[in-house]
Design a protein around this ligand. Sequence first.
Ligand code: SIN
Length: 295
Amino acid sequence: MLSPRHFGPRPIRTLPEENGLVPGYRRIRVRPATPVIGATVEGVDLRKPLDEELFRELERALLQCKVLFFRDQPISAAEQLAFARHFGEVEVHPFLPAGEVPEVIRFEKDEQVKGVENIWHSDVSWREVPSMGSILHAIEVPSVGGDTLWADMAAAWQGLPDDLKERIEGLEAVHDFAHSFGLLLSPEELEEKRRQFPPAVHPVVRTHPRTGEKILYVNQIFVSHIVGLEEEESDRLLAELCAQAAIPEYQVRFRWEPHSVAFWDNRSTQHYAVSDYWPRRRVMERVTIIGERPR
Ligand code: SIN
């Protein structure tokens, strides 16, 4: 049954904007892509090391806008890695194929290999210490299709009705790789990886360690259940919470060009790679920065 909260503007925080820019930056121009999430950043060459001021501005823009887009950045894998390392330690993904460098994941899709990242998720939320952010570089893009969407999960929390906010505060959820990457493993490999990466328990509502924002931190692909609830109740609640990422008012959609780069905060967003381009070729490379244990 629809109620007035299902239509009209949502009660969520928006980005400040003056003359098409987010104000307060000296070295870069930050152009909001939507009123809520995402901005195109101009005035930086990602191939070059960042000085302290430029690093601070990019970090602030990431925290504020949650996903940053850069155009015309023909970076090598080594340069992408060096850029990522300004923001933290970088991980090697235990399941996804690497490119030239172990820390750089290569998503190479074509007629034989279909895009399967079309489900809302936050990268490696199944780790005990999940990701702070990911940096994705487009190497080859289809002539049409293959966009990526991000959802602002702080907005998703803000938009929940008060009774639901109260109900989920303090709940914890189990994040597990078994229902996604685990499906590709033999029973022996699964057992071995399970030992290395046991299911992780994270709060359903986490607090961003830098901005203090509350964030709805459950996703469709990696969360198996909510701790302490009967299966049916857990499934129903998870379905309602995970569906929040699909609300267009919380989203930005990015059209890739060759050498576009997106840098997103995995703590406060989820993303969805639209799988509408098969059998066309789409090649992307991702570096994943390690974050902190969600609280
Ligand atoms: C990912 O899920 O990190 C990949 C996103 C994309 O290929 O657009």
